[in-house]
Ligand binder design. Structure first.
Ligand code: DOR
Ligand code: ZN
Length: 450
């Protein structure tokens, strides 16, 4: 048992709505104490000292929506490369989606992923099991203390795991006592829109047509059905990547505790709008599509008032050559995990959110919603998952050259920011410090309180 003690002092701790000058004491893999001011006695107690030099100390980010492509799509990414990008960006835990190859739709595929992650992941890890039209028995056999929940794609996206029958959704809700997370886009409407657009404009479609095909109605219709079904079945539902103002009408404000339906959005829907498709092209092509400036503004307000509970990246790396093509042929998805915290803190700097709100949506609420054991907060007895951020560094420009993800590009190429992740600690171990990766660090399996 590692009982090494480290004290990170002279930091601004942002945690549970408070921001204070203080310190955190780590013992082994856990937080031992947290306090205000300078801990004079502790500093003399022989522990290793890290002077945070007035930087921010936050709980490590828990990114509950990533596509690490492992197994089977590892030309794009794998758990090792993407977990490196994660810790470089202050993400200490991730939850990965089932649209891998083979898809994670059986207990044994889930176990294979857990094993692979234990061997190579620098960050803590957890996985969804995917719903199909006929894997109910597998879903029933999962130990949900070792699985984040059931992911269901109502609209087709990368990986072809479509379940567009409400009866299947209902059956799963009736028989599987686990959180259901849905990708809500209506397949019938989406296909009709695509057909209409192609008939009118042909197949060589500019990227601006992506949100015309995957429009507001596509999202609202599916989200409305999912929410109505969950309420009827009294089943816990988490709406993934909410992208429209319209869908906010389906949600409740406030904190996630006690809500039957909770919701996620992603930094790309808060930072970009469809006006940027011309400039950024397929780099910001994702499903659901990025919508209008008015949606972006409404989503920002939704984050502030609690209609939106979590911010996760939907980190979905593809190779640059796969992103070539038209609105019909370029693949959907973008890498974001390495810069999601930086991007959100930049938005805080610009007054869109407070740092405390960013911490709530990226660290605390993911832990609450998924019932993640002893993570997501800076509390004695919790795992020491921490991130030290220089929130006022010299401005620098993010470029593709900084990207640790295998795909080697970022939609933020060219963005100038003035914050950076100085240090990331995963269960008490330094995994990233001043640009250096400690590649021997291994994350732990997340445990979910069911
Ligand atoms: O844009 C997306 N990319 N949306 C999804 O639903 C899947 C993801 C992927 O796996 O590429
Ligand atoms: Zn996704």
């Amino acid at each position: 048992m590692n009982s090494k003690r480290t004290i990170i002092h002279n930091v601004y701790v942002v945690n549970e709505g408070r921001s204070f000058h203080g310190y955190v004491e780590i013992e082994g893999e856990f937080i031992r104490s947290v306090g205000d001011g300078d801990p004079e006695e502790l500093l003399k107690s022989g522990a290793e000292l890290i002077d945070g030099r007035g930087r921010l100390l936050l709980p490590g980010v828990i990114d509950t929506h990533v596509h690490f492509r492992d197994p089977g799509l590892t030309r794009k990414a794998d758990m090792e490369t993407e977990s490196r990008a994660a810790v470089a960006g202050g993400v200490t835990s991730f939850v990965d989606m089932p649209n891998t190859k083979p898809p994670t739709v059986t207990v044994s595929a889930l176990e294979d992923k857990l094993k692979r992650a234990s061997e190579v992941s620098l960050a803590n890890y957890g996985f969804f099991i995917g719903a199909t039209a006929d894997n109910l028995e597998e879903l029933k056999n999962v130990d949900y203390s070792r699985c984040a929940g059931v992911k269901l794609f109502m609209g087709s996206s990368t990986g072809g795991m479509l379940v567009d029958s409400l009866e299947v959704m209902e059956r799963i809700m009736a028989e599987v006592p686990a959180l259901m997370a849905v990708h809500a886009e209506d397949e019938t409407l989406l296909n009709a829109n695509r057909k209409a657009v192609v008939e009118r404009y042909g197949e060589e479609l500019e990227m601006e047509f992506h949100p015309v095909i995957r429009n507001h109605r596509v999202c609202f219709t599916a989200s409305q059905k999912a929410v109505a079904t969950a309420r009827r079945m009294n089943h816990r539902l988490h709406l993934l990547h909410v992208s429209t103002a319209d869908e906010l009408a389906l949600l409740e404000p406030g904190t996630p505790e006690g809500k039957l339906v909770t919701a996620e959005t992603c930094p790309q829907y808060l930072a970009f709008s469809d006006e940027q498709y011309g400039m950024l092209g397929s780099r910001i092509k994702c499903n659901p599509a990025i919508k209008r400036p008015a949606d972006r503004e409404a989503l920002r307000e939704g984050v502030r008032n609690g209609l939106i509970d979590t911010i996760a990246t939907d980190h979905a790396p593809h190779l640059a050559e796969e992103k070539l093509g038209t609105a019909l042929t370029a693949v959907s998805g973008m890498p974001l995990i390495q810069f999601s915290l930086t991007l959100m803190l930049q938005m805080a700097e610009e007054g869109v959110f407070t740092v405390a709100e960013v911490v709530r949506k990226m660290c605390h609420n993911p832990a609450v919603i998924y019932g993640i054991d002893r993570r997501g907060f800076i509390r004695p007895g919790y795992y020491a998952d921490l991130v030290l951020v220089d929130n006022d560094c010299d401005p620098y420009t993010i470029t593709d050259a900084h990207v640790l993800s295998r795909c080697g590009w970022t939609p933020l190429n060219g963005l100038t920011v003035n914050n950076k992740v100085d240090m990331t600690i995963v269960s008490g171990e330094v995994a990233w410090r001043f640009g250096v990766l400690f590649s021997g660090v291994r994350g732990k399996e997340l445990r979910f309180n069911v």
